[in-house]
Design a protein around this ligand. Structure first.
Ligand SMILES: [Zn+2]
Length: 647
């Protein structure tokens, strides 16, 4: 772990304009700098950098933050990775807590595996460029496919020569240990080269490091599989890597769209033609890890399939996983008999791109139409289609999107929308119930009698259905965004002081651990008379707090309670004025109190009911008085809030 004083030093030294300039062209305007936003498409600059406040802010898409946040957002780094990046840039030596012997060894092991992968990639590339068989077999093969030399170099392609152990001997001579060669799968158990007479495609991690190699066979008569990959190992999990993503990442972000194809050569071909926002799932069907990776750069995924029967069937399968990540999934069927590479070569880049744009079909509508056609009007099969389609829709986390889909699919299926809604609700409730049951099971003591470790703070999973979490989240949001601001203009009391002095004694009533934690952390800060600031939360050592701070600070929205109640899912929709925090904090505090008083009322009422049956101590009268008092408080609070009290 990096020591916090080192983190502070880095953050005090880092200049927002230096960091942003590495990625964005900036022009001076007054005391600020402006440029084209790297996070959304725009023609006139709305991306602002303020050197005096050391932050950036885009008035187009709302993204903003300090130098570390910029790197986390732009380069998709974790917080420690961003700190290391900045420390490198400003030549600051980081002090770290002693790693455990084991952790250090594991890190060294991973580092040395990457070094070996890098060596392998460079060695195989040299075999292609610098040897006769390399040039005549591999280089000429790539050139026949239409790849230019600069493309071949950019993708680090190479050639594994004939011979049992040419590479293995070269690596051993370089001093790499045999067990590492075997660990990466570059050398077989018997000590032979794993890749022989194949052209090689290196697969990169998002960090740009070589994770693995894939080899395509060159000899036609061979019985071996056409493609083989390095085996999975410590630095390569194929379900978490996408081929080409490292090269495609900024193009995907710029276009706000990712194309997914099947083959390595498809990716390279499309990149060379300027369609750089393209990746491949490298042989596996799309995994959750891969859709997450894509979702870090864009919510829009378009998948290219061959236009034959197999392609259509493939398009119907396995895409629900992308819906669950809230991606907007479209499919494009290529003309029959074509793959992306061949079709692109035949029609040229412009026509190819036009085709993609014209033919991209929304996945759910596509699925509905294909299944409907396959059902051939049979009413029983039609009912199955409805269930299938609703099942896909039910996986989309965003309720607004779901209702739009329901409407259109009802029309496509010629089905009453309300019936679809009912079917969907049944499925959603079943899922929630299952999840609830899973949580209960996880919370129960295990069979051996040992307690499960306490659940980590997790805002999304944090009991969305209790009804109180909204108030708690609102308080946490206000503390993070505005805790340091004056509660009233010109007064010394801050929003945090106002809020916490009003609810300090009820912090233990918070139901969601993360929000309580944020309140406690803030209170602790106030008691120690240390300053609060937005960056205090953005750089907090607890990742859950950092994540929460980033999520509420980068979007000026608040949560709509209605949606939350209706769908059990929190959703960011309502815009709110940025400088309305005193009214906001008052409301948040009152709402929180009202909820808690209502809860006390209910508990007391139960007690009164129980006592009214049997009351040996004569306590009933006390609790009746209490009930009256509680109701009075509740009504007063409700009146202040303008809420109609139902009972
Ligand atoms: Zn923007």
């Amino acid at each position: 772990m990096i020591l916090s004083k080192s983190i502070e030093e880095v953050l005090q030294t880092a200049k927002i304009e230096d960091v942003v300039r590495e990625f964005v062209n900036l022009k001076r305007r007054g005391s600020n700098l402006i440029g084209l936003c790297p996070f959304h498409q725009e023609k006139t600059p709305s991306f602002n950098v303020s050197p005096s406040r050391n932050i950036y802010k885009c008035f187009g898409c709302g993204k903003g933050g300090d130098p570390a946040n910029f790197l986390m957002e732009h380069e998709k780094l974790s917080f420690p990775e961003a700190i290391r990046w900045l420390a490198d840039r400003y030549q600051i030596e980081l002090e770290e807590t002693q790693q455990s012997e084991e952790a250090r060894e594991a890190q060294q092991q991973r580092d040395s595996l990457y070094i070996l992968n890098q060596f392998a990639q460079e060695w195989y590339a040299r075999q292609m460029w610098e040897t006769d068989p390399g040039r005549s077999i591999a280089l000429s093969y790539f050139k026949r496919r239409g790849f230019r030399e600069d493309t071949i170099r950019a993708f680090g392609l190479g050639y594994a020569p004939q011979g049992r152990d040419t590479f293995t001997r070269a690596a051993l001579e370089e001093g790499f240990p045999l067990e590492q060669l075997k660990a990466l799968g570059l050398t077989t158990e018997k000590g032979y080269d794993f890749f022989r007479e194949r052209v090689l495609f290196p697969i990169h991690h998002l960090s740009g490091k070589v994770a693995a190699l894939a080899g395509r066979i060159m000899r036609k008569e061979a019985k071996a599989p056409k493609y083989i990959n390095s085996k999975e190992n410590e630095v390569y999990h194929k379900s978490k890597v996408l081929y080409g993503l490292w090269h495609a990442r900024s193009a995907i972000r710029k276009a706000d769209l990712c194309y997914l194809v099947e083959g390595y050569t498809d990716v390279i071909s499309l990149h060379q033609s300027g369609i750089e926002n393209t990746v491949a799932s490298s042989g596996t069907s799309l995994t959750e890890g891969q859709t997450r990776l894509i979702g870090r750069f864009t919510p829009n995924l378009t998948i290219l399939y061959d236009g034959d029967k197999a392609g259509i069937q493939a398009a119907l399968r396995g895409l629900d996983i992308a819906l669950e990540q809230n991606l907007n999934v479209k499919v494009v069927l290529l003309p029959e008999g074509e793959d992306p590479d061949s079709y692109l070569q035949r029609v040229g880049a412009q026509a190819f791109e036009d085709y993609l744009q014209e033919q991209a079909r929304d996945f759910i509508f596509f699925k509905t139409e294909v299944l409907l056609e396959q059902s051939g009007g049979d009413p029983v099969r039609r009912a199955e289609v409805v269930r299938e389609v609703v099942n896909s829709i039910g996986r989309i986390p965003d309720p607004i999107k779901r209702s739009v889909y329901l409407k259109t699919c009802a029309r496509l299926l010629d089905f009453d929308e309300q019936l679809l809604v009912r079917e969907l609700n049944q499925q959603v409730h079943k899922k929630l119930k299952d999840r609830h049951r899973q949580r209960e099971r996880a919370a129960a003591p295990t069979e051996t009698g040992t307690e499960q470790p306490e659940e980590p703070f997790a805002p999304q999973e944090a009991k969305p259905a209790t009804g109180h979490s909204y108030q708690e989240k609102d308080i946490a949001r206000i503390l993070v965004c505005a805790g340091h601001l004056p509660y009233q203009d010109g007064e010394p009391t801050t929003v945090a002081e106002f809020l916490l002095s009003n609810i300090e004694e009820t912090l233990n009533l918070f139901e969601v651990a993360l929000y309580r934690h944020i309140a406690e952390v803030t209170l602790d800060r106030l008691k120690k008379k240390l300053p609060l600031s937005a960056s205090f939360f953005l750089q907090h050592e607890d990742k859950a707090i950092r994540d929460f701070a980033i999520s509420v600070q980068t979007s000026p929205h608040s949560y709509s309670e209605n949606w939350e109640k209706r769908w059990d899912i929190s959703l960011q929709t309502q815009k709110m004025p940025e400088h309305n925090f005193s009214k906001d904090s008052l409301l948040a505090m009152q709402r929180f109190k009202l909820k808690k008083v209502e809860q006390l009322c209910r508990e007391n009422k139960d007690r009164v009911e129980a006592l009214s049956k049997e009351d040996p101590e004569g306590e009933l009268i006390t609790y009746l008085h209490l009930q009256k008092k509680l109701l009075g408080i509740r009504n007063a609070l409700a009146a202040e809030l303008g809420t109609v009290v139902m009972r």
